[in-house]
Design a protein around this ligand. Structure first.
Ligand code: AMP
Length: 143
């Protein structure tokens, strides 16, 4: 099963942000959309980084409440691991588990075409395993 099948199910709308936004605005954005991370894009839509709830909490813990007026550019992770629509869900899941992050922007060339989370990938994996188990049960019942 490919990453594209997740996007087909959940849609490819991506909530993104820009480098000049404050952490306070990021808290509002994450809460409003009930999401855990947002990709950071430049003026042509190119991917510049990612900022997640974990970055916000870490910065708040280190700096205190002044962190809320810091800009995304000071806090985001710049070296973003991305995937493509044709990649397998299992590969994406493996990269997220190994890298200890829970979100992956999906890109087509330079363009951001979606976002998947470890929750999306696990849900699809479970559905796939259940389907395989059902196929096996039917096969055994026919034998
Ligand atoms: P998360 O588990 O997604 O909340 O992120 C944990 C840490 O990994 C944070 O510092 C994020 O900025 C960073 N991060 C999240 N997603 C990615 C990604 N796809 N590539 C690289 N770093 C990421």
């Amino acid at each position: 099963m490919s990453v594209e099948s997740i996007l087909n199910q959940k849609g490819s709308e991506v909530i993104s942000t820009t480098v000049d936004v404050t952490l306070s605005d990021i808290c509002v954005l994450l809460a409003e959309h009930k999401i855990g991370a947002v990709p950071v894009t430049g003026s042509s839509g190119e991917l510049l980084g990612i900022i997640s709830e974990r970055d916000v909490v870490k910065t708040l813990g280190r700096t205190g409440s002044e962190a809320l007026s810091m800009h995304v550019s000071e806090v985001m992770t710049q070296n973003v691991i991305t995937c493509q629509e044709r990649d397998s869900v299992l590969d994406a899941l493996g990269q997220m588990s190994q890298g200890r992050f829970r979100h992956m922007p999906v890109v087509r060339g330079n363009r951001l075409v979606g976002m998947i989370s470890i929750g999306d990938a696990v849900k699809y994996r479970i559905a796939q395993v259940e389907m395989e188990a059902e196929d096996l049960r039917s096969y055994i019942a026919m034998a």
